[in-house]
Design a protein around this ligand. Sequence first.
Ligand code: NAP
Ligand code: ZN
Ligand code: ZN
Length: 346
Amino acid sequence: MNVRGLAALSKNAPLTPYSFTRRELLPNDVAIEIKYAGICHSDIHQVKEEWGGARFPMVPGHEIAGVVSAIGSSVSKFAVGDLVGVGVFIDSCRECPSCNKGIEQYCENGMTPTYNGLERDGVTPTMGGYSDGYVIHENYAVKIPASLDLAAVAPLLCAGITLYSPLKHWKAGPGKKVAVMGLGGLGHMGVKFAHALGAEVTVLSHSPNKEADARNLGADHFVVTSDPAQMKSVRRKFDLILNTVSAEHNINDYLSLLTTDGTLVVIGLPGVPFAVNADSLLSGRRSMAGSMIGGISEIQEMLDFCGEKNIVSEIELINADYVNTAYERTVKSDVRFRFVIDIATL
Ligand code: NAP
Ligand code: ZN
Ligand code: ZN
């Protein structure tokens, strides 16, 4: 299958038009005509090789929304014309304890990333969603409710599930005080979901100009993290803190905001280690945990929840030739709240 896309040809290089091929359909594969692809900060980290191990040419993109354009001979889950989504991984070993539990993102043999990785054959590079087509095993794709704006659904495939999953796992709901650190692509979905689940929601932001947006998204409170008085006013307040910050920061300042037995969940990946003071955890039997995206069945559950509650991402829809500017703006926290590429403009 011939595909057109956008690729970084080397570390830090601007994205440029790039053509490549994908495999022909295997019996359980679906072919997807991609309509929209969200820009996740992880795409930027990987193009800049901030996590190491990058493969070039790299076609980023793991927030994919499109339409099924063809199906293999044994496909049962999808028909041509169905709305379909692809997230951060496209395969896993299918036999380890995590895969058997439906938490394939924690596959003990390594999930297959949607791009910047290798297929399970160990040799074919995976290429992502900034492109006009994808081929994927049907069990690793999800159905998108037709009632939702397809462009604004794309970011749910990574940003959405990445916040939905820990909110469910740590039982956010009525009576729980939840804080979201960083009001970006991930954070704004955390606010929407935590609010929809009935929790009391606070945004912890280093951008004072985001307060009105935060409240419109469903936040009950807004704290400017550079203001010591505001930070002091929320000490020992939160049951759950979801940390989506993409840049280096002092984690102890935030651990001290947890109540006794509270949990801070690391979600952002700044690429540098945290320096945790033992006292930040001991004084309150606090936990620091991590969470990564969600499994296929949980992504489907989230999309169905979004369909019921009419939840989508707040997006800025861009043409393909704006992608490098969009990267620069995302790094400056100048995005409300997710850039989505209109693939028709490739
Ligand atoms: P984003 O849209 O750029 O949002 C990141 C937010 O972090 C910014 O909007 C900003 O919020 C805050 N921030 C940025 N620079 C900061 C600084 N110097 N000091 C303090 N706060 C700062 O990024 P995203 O797409 O939401 O991704 C966030 C992080 O999660 C990235 O590291 C990404 O790689 C990672 N990620 C993890 C998973 C997972 O499964 N765990 C999945 C996807 C992405 P304020 O302006 O409100 O402060
Ligand atoms: Zn992502
Ligand atoms: Zn596995």
